[in-house]
Design a protein around this ligand. Structure first.
Ligand code: A3P
Ligand code: MG
Ligand code: MG
Length: 376
């Protein structure tokens, strides 16, 4: 078959990326606005759904992460929410400050995490992108995401339902957070967390300005909790906390799998400027056994050190950062050279070939990536 001339390709060459001795410049992410979804998943342009970290107490171990599964208030994830809330929050911020944001890329943190992890992950991905006023907006290709989920379900091996195991993550969030700072939270609220209905419709989303390799971007992403309180100075680092659950590491195979997970934890947290990751370790039945704190910074340093001192397999932070920068440069160059200056592009990554492909799927317009309100 002749290669299609309308498809541009970027090859992910891991050997070349790993041989690099320099890393492109990066800017510390700074939150400039935020939004919340309440318990009904209604949008509020404020921090009303922010949660404070307060770990389960010693006597609560081993907590049963399955408790309350029947009452789970589960968000309907079958609907494609596009970039809508992010765009609404950006518009609101622009109106308030009377100034347009200066980002060249706008997307959810989850998309950037996929770019970051591509060198070491086995997952394919597909996204849609469009150019508007010198900025590229990137969303997930929902149809592809749904087909991947269906595939995962088909290949599911565990005797436990995937929905139950997902619930464990949200249950842990409920057991490890409180709705107000510690001093303002009644004792009963803290002590009754185990019987609280778990609800994943409620979310706090931080919106940051950051830059990778000189490319300024605006990223939105959920943060699970805050350690203390938001600093008064705008743009000052915030003590965010990312909560995760993972299987207790018993075997060499477990540790290896956990190390790969750490890459995703690191990428996610690094991108939003989350300094701390709290992992709740649970057994195969979903009983919470222990809690471990990881500093995002130290994960990165440990991985760099490990890589210097041994030839063991490991992931390398600079590979993720450099590859993402390269991908964005490449995509930007092609999309901006297009005479139409609009339309919808597909960004497609296939692990089998290690190629990122870029091609147009709609000649004009912005598909459903941008809302009418935003374009106005
Ligand atoms: P754990 O990752 O702790 O198991 P997040 O950690 O990103 O805040 O997500 C909270 C929980 O949502 C996860 O908890 C997991 O249960 C679920 N979740 C997040 N991303 C998921 C994905 N891609 N597939 C399935 N479940 C996911
Ligand atoms: Mg979360
Ligand atoms: Mg989490």
């Amino acid at each position: 078959m002749e290669p299609n001339p309308d498809i541009s390709r970027l090859h992910l060459d891991l050997n070349r990326l790993e041989a690099a001795t320099t890393q492109v410049s990066i800017k510390r992410p700074r939150e400039f606005t935020c939004f919340s979804y309440d318990k009904n998943h209604n949008l509020h342009l404020d921090d009303s759904s922010l949660k404070w970290y307060y770990p389960p107490q010693a006597h609560e171990f081993p907590a049963n992460l399955s408790a309350g599964y029947e009452q789970f208030e589960k968000h309907d994830s079958s609907q494609d929410e596009h970039l809508d809330s992010l765009l609404t929050a950006i518009t609101h911020h622009e109106q308030q400050t009377n100034q347009l944001i200066d980002a060249k890329f706008v997307t959810w943190r989850g998309m950037m995490t996929k770019f970051f992890c591509a060198p070491y992950s086995n997952d394919d991905f597909e996204m849609n992108a469009t150019l508007f006023q010198d900025c590229i907006f990137i969303e997930e290709n929902w149809a592809f995401k749904r087909s991947q989920e269906a595939e995962d379900k088909k290949n599911w091996k565990s005797p436990l339902a995937p929905e139950l195991m997902q619930f464990w993550g949200y249950k842990f969030e409920t057991l490890a957070t409180i709705p107000r700072p510690w001093g303002e939270t009644p004792r009963e609220t803290i002590e009754s967390r185990d019987s609280e209905i778990v609800n994943n419709k409620e979310q706090y989303c931080s919106i940051v300005r950051t830059a990778i390799g000189g490319k300024v971007m605006c990223l939105g992403g959920e943060v699970d909790a805050i350690w203390d309180s938001k600093p008064k100075t705008p743009g000052a680092p915030i003590n965010w906390v990312e909560l995760k659950t993972s299987k207790v590491n018993r075997t060499h195979k477990d540790s290896f799998a956990f190390n790969r997970k750490l890459l995703r934890y690191w990428a996610q947290s690094f991108l939003l400027g989350v300094p701390k990751i709290i992992v709740g370790f649970r057994d195969h039945e979903g009983l919470l056994q222990s809690i471990e704190e990881y500093k995002t910074r130290e994960i990165e340093e440990a991985v760099r050190r490990e890589w210097k001192n041994s030839t063991n397999w490991n992931w390398r932070p600079w590979v993720c950062i450099n590859f993402t920068s390269e991908l964005l440069d490449w995509a930007q160059q092609i999309i901006k050279a297009d005479p139409q200056q609009s339309g919808v592009w597909r960004i497609r990554f296939r692990k089998q070939t290690n190629n990122v492909e870029l091609f147009k799927v709609e000649e004009t317009g912005h598909g459903r990536i941008l809302t009418e309100e935003f374009v106005k």
